[in-house]
Design a protein around this ligand. Structure first.
Ligand SMILES: C[S@@+](CC[C@H](N)C(=O)[O-])C[C@H]1O[C@@H](n2cnc3c(N)ncnc32)[C@H](O)[C@@H]1O
Length: 206
């Protein structure tokens, strides 16, 4: 089972709140691709941040397309999308105000259910990044954390070029802050904060 957790890579999430949310407040439809989402804690984290940072109307226009190639992740994610039930040890990294607002006590004791409002914004699709076929176009934000480090350098470049094609003009790419941007892709993305994992697309949508 893939390693993942709610609110992983807090530095990158903080940058999304600071730089991407203000842009999203100006959009009508908000499209996010979470590539390599594992069992779903990451797309639910994004939905929690957006639920808190956007108006209810704007949040209702958010779609988060979560993709992963690993079949074995799917049953667990599907169950989470359908029920959204987590043990207390799974939710320890969720900031308390968000936990209190979007999670409800569940049976048996020590289990909590994430609200329909959060689950309803996320859909799942099986997808292999190495196919180099994007799952869509005109995304406002692509999130791909702790995935590219497992790819050989050439594949990393090709996947980043695909992300560039799948973003709208001025769209954002978020990765873990330790992920370097290969020199070949530097003309495609501008790093927003030195040492940070958030980038903005350079050039118009293709
Ligand atoms: C370490 S987990 C990271 C999960 C999540 N992004 C996070 O940061 O918590 C890496 C994920 O990448 C997925 N992955 C690996 N190769 C992939 C590929 N070629 N296409 C899509 N997903 C892939 C794995 O199945 C796994 O779920």
């Amino acid at each position: 089972m893939a390693l993942t957790s709610f609110f992983r890579d807090k530095d990158t999430l903080n940058l999304i709140e600071e730089h991407v949310l203000p842009e999203m407040r100006r959009s009508i439809y908000i499209r996010i691709w979470d590539a390599g989402c594992a069992t779903g804690e990451e797309p639910f984290t994004l939905a929690l941040i957006l639920a808190e940072g956007l108006s209810p109307d704007a949040f209702s226009s958010v779609t988060i397309l979560a993709t992963d190639q690993e079949e074995s992740n799917f049953p667990q994610f599907e169950k989470r999308l359908a029920e959204g039930v987590y043990h207390k040890t799974d939710v320890i990294w969720i900031p308390r105000p968000l936990f209190d607002k979007y999670f409800y006590p569940f049976e048996p004791p020590d289990y909590y259910q994430i609200s329909d409002q959060i689950r309803g914004r996320v859909t799942y699709q099986k997808h292999d990044l190495l196919s180099l076929e994007p799952v869509g176009a005109n995304f406002d934000l692509v999130v791909c954390k702790n995935v590219l480090l497992h790819f050989p350098p050439d594949s990393r470049i090709e996947v980043l070029q695909m992300f560039h094609r799948s973003l709208r003009t001025n769209g954002f790419l978020a990765m873990e802050s330790s992920q370097e941007m290969p020199a070949e892709c530097e003309p495609l993305f501008q790093r927003l904060v030195r040492g940070g994992g958030l980038f903005q697309k350079v050039g118009a949508a293709t």
